[in-house]
Design a protein around this ligand. Structure first.
Ligand code: ARG
Length: 593
């Protein structure tokens, strides 16, 4: 079922010359407004069938006729013109064939004139989308799923930016919750050797406390706490008290927590910087602390709450879900409470038209629950909120596997990828000048692309041999193809011009290539629509493989002057489109590698 949605090449938006002409033709025959006709058009799976197709099912229903008959009838009735040169019927589909030289001219001229913005549109003008992504928990290392969320979220951000939306990227840091009470207790008991930098903090007074607290140490303290708590029953209670203090704004609690946050952010920022990922807001869970009472009051006032096992909950039994817990016995708030509050706040603050949470599939229930609570509160805008969930990242046994619960540090992962890329590049191209920089772009790009080339709901198997294979369906492969085109253009040495004879481009692969270039804006809008960057990454992979096949069988720098000029224009357009696509996905496009 899902696969079908993805194969559905509907042209909801980016209009173009050809779609307009088809609409003009159809307008007199079908009593539908132009945009509705446009929305019905599809791209046939095989170019040979036609360039655009009108499936006649819905019209048939309207006219109470058989779709085959309608297609046949219309193919007779409609008169081809200079743009739409042939109209045929295949079963229930009405196929339109466009004038190929005109197609080449239109697409190649547009790419040449728009350059880095080819593919962009204004579909989202004056609209706002919020993207909640990465959102790791502080005092812990960034986990692999936070990487996946960061990479997918960043691509979704760029996709919507390309559609003209105002994008707000939010890192909803997990910086609140009872675990911080536990950490404070652990630090007080077993961490007296750590210096806390905050001035007024009591830990600092003793100059023998010199060891610096790191995320690693915090992890250790966390483990110690849970080990000890098994026997020492007071610990949990103490931790609850400290979290309560934190919620009530106690100075010591707040400063210690602030310190946890600062050291975590240092690590997070290093990783984000290397990935080239940024956020517009770091308003995490703690940000909503002061607003929680109001939110809980609103939920109560809507008559949605009840007390269950001493906790305040919204019963979701009639929706077949466990209750959504808002407050525990001790009044402490929960993850869901803070998400409900954050959604309300974001609507007030940003007036978003869409909001998407890029979070792993294991949290599906959480999202269904709190979306349901928002709906029950009467917020119709909950329909514009989506959970773009994704599968797990699994590691192949071997280098950096997760055996025995060993955590894989993202920083190590990025560094390892860089190193492997550097080795490969040194071997392939020992004279390359900016080797380090290229290796960084290729190594990081390999990781990013590997997270984006399969549908996000699928699990991904992380395998170094696969992700860094220059001939596989990988980031380095796309980058390498791009660099190859740059090299052809360097060899050509002259400037690229659009004054070429478009009639000369007529090889089968050239036609496939031009269709893929033409389809690029649609791939962007489809990818955005489905919160599915893999639609775009696969479009790029297809484009690269067609190019490589074409390159194997045809000389681009031929002795025929005119043909050379035309082919070079085509190559330059492919290069541009790959660069634009990679940039949306979050990869760099080195010119040499
Ligand atoms: N901090 C959570 C985690 O690490 C993810 C938060 C996702 N965003 C949200 N608004 N709930 O699992």
């Amino acid at each position: 079922m899902e696969d079908e949605v993805y194969l559905f090449h509907q042209f909801l938006y980016p209009m173009n010359l050809f779609i307009n002409k088809i609409i003009n033709l159809l307008e007199s025959e079908i009593s539908l407004p132009p945009d509705k006709i446009g929305a019905l058009l599809e791209q046939p799976p095989d170019n040979k069938m036609g360039d655009y197709a009108l499936p006649c099912f819905s019209i048939a229903k309207q006219l109470r006729k058989n779709p085959q008959d309608i297609a046949a009838e219309l193919s007779q009735k409609l008169v081809p013109n200079d743009t739409i040169v042939q109209i045929t019927a295949t079963g229930p589909y009405l196929n339109f064939h466009v004038a190929k030289p005109l197609l080449f001219r239109t697409v190649l001229e547009e790419i040449a004139s728009t350059g880095a913005s080819y593919g962009n549109s204004l579909i989202g003008k004056d609209k706002t989308i919020i993207i909640d992504y990465s959102s790791p928990n502080i005092a812990k290392h960034l986990a692999v799923h936070h990487l996946r969320s960061a990479v997918i979220g960043n691509a979704i951000y760029n996709l919507f930016k390309a559609l003209g939306y105002r994008c707000i990227g939010i890192n909803h840091l997990g910086d609140w919750g009872t675990q911080f009470g536990q950490l404070i207790v652990a630090l007080k008991r077993w961490g007296s050797n750590f210096a806390i930098t905050s001035k007024r903090n009591s830990f600092e007074e003793d100059s023998t406390k010199q060891e610096t607290l790191t995320v690693n140490k915090l992890n250790e303290l966390y483990v110690t706490f849970h080990k000890e708590a098994k026997t020492d029953k007071n610990l949990e209670e103490e931790a609850r008290e400290w979290f309560k203090k934190l919620e009530d704004g106690d100075n010591e609690a707040k400063e210690t927590w602030q310190h946890f946050k600062e050291i975590s952010m240092l690590e997070f920022d290093r990783v984000y910087k290397r990935l080239g990922i940024t956020f517009d807001s770091y308003a995490g869970e703690s940000f909503y602390n002061e607003m929680l009472d109001d939110t809980v009051k609103r939920i109560k006032d809507s008559g949605l709450t009840e007390i269950s096992e001493d906790a305040l909950v919204v019963n979701l039994e009639k929706f077949n879900m466990p209750p959504c817990i808002l407050r525990k016995r001790d009044e402490a708030s929960l993850y869901a409470t803070r998400d409900i509050c954050a959604a309300e706040y974001r609507k007030r603050e940003y007036h978003f038209d869409k909001m998407v949470y890029v979070v792993g599939s294991e949290q599906r229930l959480h999202f269904r629950q709190f979306f349901k609570v928002l709906e029950q509160m009467g917020y119709e805008w909950v329909d514009t909120c989506a959970h773009a969930d994704f599968g797990l990242v699994k590691f192949k046994q071997g280098k950096m596997s997760t055996r025995e619960g060993k955590v894989i540090l993202l920083e190590d992962l990025l560094e390892e990828s860089y190193k492997i890329a550097r080795e490969i590049i040194e071997e392939k191209n020992p004279d390359l000048e900016n080797r380090e920089e290229v290796a960084e772009n290729v190594g990081i790009g390999a990781i990013i692309f590997s997270e984006l080339c399969t549908k996000r709901v699928k699990d991904v198997l992380f395998d170094w041999d696969v992700i860094l294979n220059f001939d596989g369906e990988t980031g380095p492969y796309v980058q390498y193809t791009h660099a190859r085109m740059c090299s052809i253009l360097r060899k050509y040495g002259e400037s690229v011009t659009t004054s070429v004879d478009y009639n000369l481009l007529k090889e089968d692969d050239e036609i496939v290539l031009i269709k893929q270039l033409e389809g690029f804006p649609f791939a962007i809008s489809r990818a955005a629509d489905n919160y599915e960057p893999s639609i775009l990454s696969n479009h790029l992979l297809d484009l690269c493989s067609t190019f490589n096949r074409y390159y194997q069988h045809h000389r681009i720098l031929t002795d025929d002057n005119e043909l050379r000029k035309a082919r070079i224009l085509l190559i330059d357009a492919i290069r541009q489109v790959i660069q634009n696509g990679l940039s949306i996905l979050g990869l760099k496009s080195p010119e040499r590698m």
